[in-house]
Write a protein that binds this ligand. Structure first.
Ligand code: DQA
Length: 146
């Protein structure tokens, strides 16, 4: 199983950016965590990050035929991007949304998720663990367990 793990804007700043909210671990630490999780789950994971909406849209489109499932943390584009929602709907691959922070407990504008409307499930507020939960969910989904 090939899982494409996409990260949106400013997630490359992990470790530096608002550590009270996002913690002190870096984006490189996140990539390592996802790769270790992939080994544990016996899946392949490709991890990418972009600060550009169109690049994320392009990667979602390219997933058709090259990936079996998508984990996405669209970051700020979660709350603004109909283009990412439409791309997820266009490829119709099983997708799970994850957020490091508990978006439901922050500013009101973070309560809306466009991408989430095309996702099977959302994990939020679990830090890196949310990525593992999302990958586990997609493996279970592929096995018909959920
Ligand atoms: C985030 C939450 C978003 O609201 C925010 O814009 C981010 C990160 C998270 O992982 O908690 O950049 O997606």
């Amino acid at each position: 199983m090939r899982i494409l793990v996409l990260n949106g804007p400013n997630l490359n700043m992990l470790g530096v950016r608002e550590p009270d909210i996002y913690g002190r671990r870096t984006y490189a630490d996140l990539v390592s965590f996802v790769k270790e999780t992939a080994v544990r789950l016996r899946v392949e994971a490709e991890v990418r990050q972009s600060n550009h909406e169109g690049e994320l849209v392009g990667w979602i489109q390219q997933a058709l035929g090259t990936a079996d499932a998508i984990v996405i943390n669209p970051a700020a584009y979660t709350h603004t991007s109909v283009a990412i929602l439409d791309a997820l709907k266009a490829v119709a691959l099983p997708a799970v949304e994850t957020h490091l922070s508990d978006v439901s407990a922050r500013e009101p504008f973070r309560r809306v998720s466009y991408a989430g409307m095309a996702c099977l499930k959302t994990f939020a507020g679990l830090g890196f663990e949310g990525y593992a939960r999302a990958m586990e969910y997609l493996v279970d989904f592929a096995d018909g367990m959920v």
